[in-house]
Design a protein around this ligand. Structure first.
Ligand SMILES: [Zn+2]
Length: 232
């Protein structure tokens, strides 16, 4: 199809199936993919991947011995990022997580600290929750990163034994007790010294992802870094 014809066809399709921006809900224009140009310009990108001492890493200090940690976006109340996370988690649009994963993967390729990564591992959902939602948004995020960085994604390493009940309204200590030993690892083989990038959608207290990282570090001779789509 010639490019003019293609464009005509795309315009025609978009009249009947308008695609919306994942961050603000406006109708996307021709050549805009997943988010509109304005949102892309105004999104609060953290650039945490550029330096080791960042807010996401600090949140995990003293909880788990990781190499590096970063988050792509800042999550604030009533913001574009909050809209995006809602679309990804509750409105069946996990491809938005993959889109942002791919964009983040391209950024991580430019950061020297992340050039030694060997594997991407998403934080798993509990089987019951996975059935209910139909997909794991963290897997989509990881898939995007893996594709951009040409690194394999492994979903057979970590197992989630139990679902965490809602974290809201719980004290700090209770949250930690709530997430301790919720993860286990499968008896699979990975090469000595493998550098794993553990990925999740949102980092809040860091309790869940720390617990997953500890399970990996206890089961494998590996190093672990962490990347999340957003930092609350
Ligand atoms: Zn937008």
């Amino acid at each position: 199809m010639s490019s003019d014809l293609r464009r005509l066809f795309d315009d025609f399709v978009s009249i009947f199936f308008p695609k919306e921006c994942g961050c603000c809900g406006c109708v996307l224009k021709y050549q805009e993919r997943c988010i509109c140009v304005e949102c892309d310009f105004h999104l609060p990108y953290t650039n945490f991947h550029e330096y080791s001492d960042n807010d996401t890493a600090r949140q995990l200090w003293g909880k788990v011995p990781i190499e590096e940690a970063c988050s792509f976006l800042l999550l604030q109340k009533d913001s574009r990022v909050e809209h995006l996370i809602y679309q990804i988690k509750y409105n069946k649009q996990p491809f938005l997580a993959e889109y942002f994963g791919y964009q983040y993967g391209l950024k991580l390729l430019e950061a020297e600290k992340y050039t030694t990564l060997d594997l991407i591992v998403p934080v798993p959902l509990h089987a019951g929750k996975l059935r209910k939602r139909g997909y794991n948004q963290s897997s989509y995020f990881g898939r995007g990163i893996a594709r951009a960085m040409h690194i394999p994604l492994r979903e057979d390493l970590l197992i989630r034994n139990k679902s965490t009940s809602s974290q809201t309204g719980k004290g700090r200590l209770e949250r930690y007790e709530n997430v301790s030993d919720i993860f286990a690892c499968n008896p699979v083989m990975i090469p000595y010294g493998t550098h794993i990038l553990l990925v999740d959608d949102v980092l809040t207290t860091g309790a869940t992802i720390s617990s997953a990282a500890l399970a990996l570090l206890e089961s494998f001779d590996c190093r672990v870094s962490i990347a999340t789509l957003a930092r609350a």
